[in-house]
Design a protein around this ligand. Structure first.
Ligand SMILES: [Zn+2]
Length: 63
C-alpha cells in the first residue's frame, strides 16, 4: 500500500516536532555558530528552541 500524502505530511510534521540534537559547529574567523541538523543553516543564537529557517525542534544536550 502506498502511503497517502496526508500520512506522509503527518510523519514529516512529527519529525519536525521531535527533537534533533545539534551536533555541528561551523567556525568563522570571529565566532562559531551551531548548525541546524535538518537544513544545515547556521543558527544565530545558541540554545534556540526551534530553527528559524525550517522550524525543526532543536536539542542542545551535546553542548
Ligand atoms: Zn533548520
Amino acid at each position: 500500500m502506498k502511503p497517502s500524502g496526508a500520512v506522509r505530511a503527518f510523519f514529516l510534521a512529527a519529525s519536525y516536532r521531535s527533537v534533533l540534537q545539534v551536533t555541528q559547529i561551523r567556525d568563522f574567523p570571529d565566532e562559531s555558530y551551531a548548525v541546524c541538523p535538518r537544513c544545515r543553516t547556521t543558527l544565530p543564537r545558541e540554545y534556540m528552541r526551534y530553527c528559524d529557517r525550517c522550524g525543526q525542534c532543536l536539542g542542545w544536550e551535546r553542548f
